[in-house]
Design a protein around this ligand. Structure first.
Ligand code: UDP
Length: 325
């Protein structure tokens, strides 16, 4: 019997590559698509030799053609770290607007169910804490994060429109801060930044006084939540994240302890519109999907640290950000 076929956009990225692994393990034929602007073929190298994995080097902001049937589409293509989307704001806007439009059109033709990757950034700098799905958010459209936040809000809106007008089967996941192996060491996010600095013997760059909070979810928990949401009947957005909240200062101290680094935390200016607090309300995920995170931060950080330590030395010292064309 032939396997059911799944298209995953952003396949060479951090989350996309873990999703490819999950769907291969679950017995699907996986088609990965990526334009490799922020993704890296190293993340899916191990899949390339498999009979049931195919890779298309393509930008989903342009017309998407995939021959054959598709059962599911997971739309994960997008820069996702503040450093990346500040460098390429127009591509960031395009991939979640034009790209999502293309993906929804493809899903219609294929009669496929589509899950789109939204984000806790739709809540902006939240005035409600923790954030339930009903909260509409507090986003600055013209600030540095506007290109990402508004593109993702548009993504949700057009996905709902396709559901309502064309009766497309759609799912929307709102992803909170996630970490694990295959994060890019130089993507500017706090976890690779801190671990990279600890390994290089540099001080850890805490932005502001470090009193802002985040809630970090280990990647295997996130992937399981997404898988369950895709297979569920629930069509409104669902938060997936770990509600264990920590200040960035405490997080830096945890990294120093974990790595045994003797350096200190130094304070740099807080970037504009940096959310002061973030923590998912996961009541819906618990009730509808029977899902909650299983990997606690100390366990997850240990695995992630081992991954970063195992990278070749030259990777570790390649601190310049990738040049985008
Ligand atoms: N941050 C920091 N030092 C760094 C990078 C980030 O203190 O070198 C802070 C950042 O200001 C934010 C938090 O860590 O408050 C999480 O930042 P990240 O870029 O990982 O993701 P965000 O949740 O802001 O999208």
């Amino acid at each position: 019997m032939s396997k059911e076929r799944v298209l995953i956009t952003g396949a060479a990225g951090f989350l996309g590559s873990h999703l490819c692994d999950k769907f291969i393990q679950a017995g699907y034929h996986v088609i990965g698509m990526d334009n490799l602007v922020t993704g890296d073929m190293k993340n899916i190298e191990h899949l390339m030799k498999l009979e049931h994995f195919e890779f298309y080097h393509h930008d989903v902001s342009k017309y998407v053609h995939v021959p054959g049937e598709l059962k599911y589409i997971l739309h994960f293509a997008s820069p996702a770290s503040p450093i990346d989307y500040l460098k390429i704001p127009i591509q960031t806007l395009k991939v979640s607007s034009l790209g999502t439009h293309n993906i929804l059109g493809l899903a219609r033709v294929k009669k496929a169910r589509v899950l789109v990757a939204s984000t806790s950034e739709v809540y902006g700098d939240p005035a409600v804490h923790p954030q339930p799905e009903e909260y509409w958010g507090n986003v600055n459209p013209v600030g540095p994060r506007g290109c990402y936040d508004e593109a993702k809000r548009f993504m949700e809106a057009i996905t709902m429109a396709y559901q309502n007008v064309h009766h497309l089967e759609t799912r929307i996941v709102r992803i909170f801060n996630t970490y694990g192996p295959r994060m890019r060491l130089n993507d500017g996010r706090v976890l690779p930044a801190f671990i990279g600095q600890a390994l290089r013997g540099e001080d850890l760059t805490m932005f502001g006084d470090g009193s802002q909070t985040r809630s970090f979810c280990y990647v295997s928990d996130l992937v399981e939540g997404i898988y369950r949401l895709l297979l569920s009947d629930y069509t409104l957005p669902v938060n997936i994240g770990n509600p264990s909240e920590i200040t960035i200062k405490e997080f830096g101290e945890e990294i120093l302890k974990l790595t045994g680094a003797k350096q200190k935390l130094i304070s740099l200016p807080l970037p504009a519109d940096d959310p002061k607090q973030r923590r998912p309300d996961i009541t819906k995920a618990k009730e509808i999907l029977g899902w909650e995170p299983k990997v606690n931060r100390s366990e997850g950080l240990k695995i992630t640290y081992e991954y970063f330590k195992s990278l070749p030395k030259e990777e570790l010292f390649k601190t310049e950000h990738r040049q985008f064309s």
